[in-house]
Design a protein around this ligand. Structure first.
Ligand SMILES: Nc1ncnc2c1ncn2[C@@H]1O[C@H](COP(=O)(O)OP(=O)(O)O)[C@@H](O)[C@H]1O
Ligand SMILES: [Mg+2]
Length: 252
């Protein structure tokens, strides 16, 4: 059994707007172990992004505590990488320089990380495009660039917020396979937000189901499917039994 990596205890979040207060998350407890792939599954607006951004240190909390590697999260951390729903690349920078952007922000040596950036681009089949600009790449390719950018400083924890939901179904399948390959190669801990039940089952070791707002974790399901997984696993009765179980959990 590997060590605990992320611990969320009694986390709550209420957004205060000028007119009223929105209780987004009531009380969430969640433990994630090192190198585990965990998905957070729930309907739109239930607070998935809120939870993920809090783990990333990108959002003030209303209550509770979040620890990464035993340390209280008080802001963004160097050992965490984030991938958002849209790739948010900088259009005026080449693909290679987009991947290297965090290195600049962190004040690290560009020369030292250039080799690693090229390796990541090779691994995601993008090395031919390193001198191109984001507008010359498809949506799926841009999202692969965003994944390379999140991995460039070698974080041990990868936070992903519906990273493939804007892609067409076939590209999404390919990206899911690619993500598992990267995860198996680099042994990262991944916290992955999605509203797709099948995506959560395909990718995860465990799936946390969030209830509608104000959110709590309503169910945790261990996905005991063998790895490495390829897409044919989606045809198996075991896979579809998990899908059914999670659908019923979401419907309450
Ligand atoms: N900055 C904000 N101000 C006020 N309410 C917000 C803000 N961000 C999110 N919310 C509300 O909090 C709830 C959860 O949002 P979010 O975490 O984005 O959900 P999800 O990612 O599951 O779709 C929603 O009802 C949303 O309207
Ligand atoms: Mg969201």
């Amino acid at each position: 059994m590997t060590a605990l990596h992320v611990r969320v205890s009694d986390f709550s979040k209420t957004y205060k707007t000028r007119r009223d207060e929105i209780e987004a998350i009531r009380a969430v407890d969640m433990d994630v172990r090192e190198t585990e792939f965990v998905s957070i599954l729930g309907p739109s607006g239930c607070g998935k992004s809120t939870l993920l951004m809090a783990v990333g240190g990108l959002l003030p909390m209303s209550g509770g505590r979040i620890e990464i590697a035993g340390q209280l999260v008080t802001g963004p951390r160097r050992d965490t990488g984030v991938v958002f729903q849209s790739p948010v690349l900088m259009p005026w920078r080449s693909i290679l320089n987009n991947v290297l952007f965090p290195i600049e922000c962190l004040g690290l040596s560009l020369g030292e990380y250039r080799r690693r950036a090229i390796e990541l681009l090779e691994m995601t089949d993008l090395d031919k495009f390193r001198d191109d600009y984001p507008s010359e790449l498809s949506g799926g390719m841009q999202q692969r660039v965003a994944i390379c950018r999140a991995l460039i400083h070698n974080p041990s924890l990868l936070l992903m917020d519906e990273p493939f939901s804007a892609l067409d179904a076939m590209t999404r399948d390919a990206m899911n396979q690619e993500l598992l390959r990267i995860w198996e190669e680099f042994k990262k801990t991944v916290l992955f937000v999605t509203h797709s039940i099948r995506e959560a089952v395909y990718l995860s070791d465990r799936v946390f189901v969030m209830s509608p707002r104000p959110a709590v974790i309503s169910r945790v399901v261990d996905i005991a499917l063998p790895r490495p997984r390829d897409l044919s696993i989606e045809e198996t009765p075991e896979f579809n039994a998990y899908v059914t179980e999670l659908r019923q959990a979401i419907e309450g």
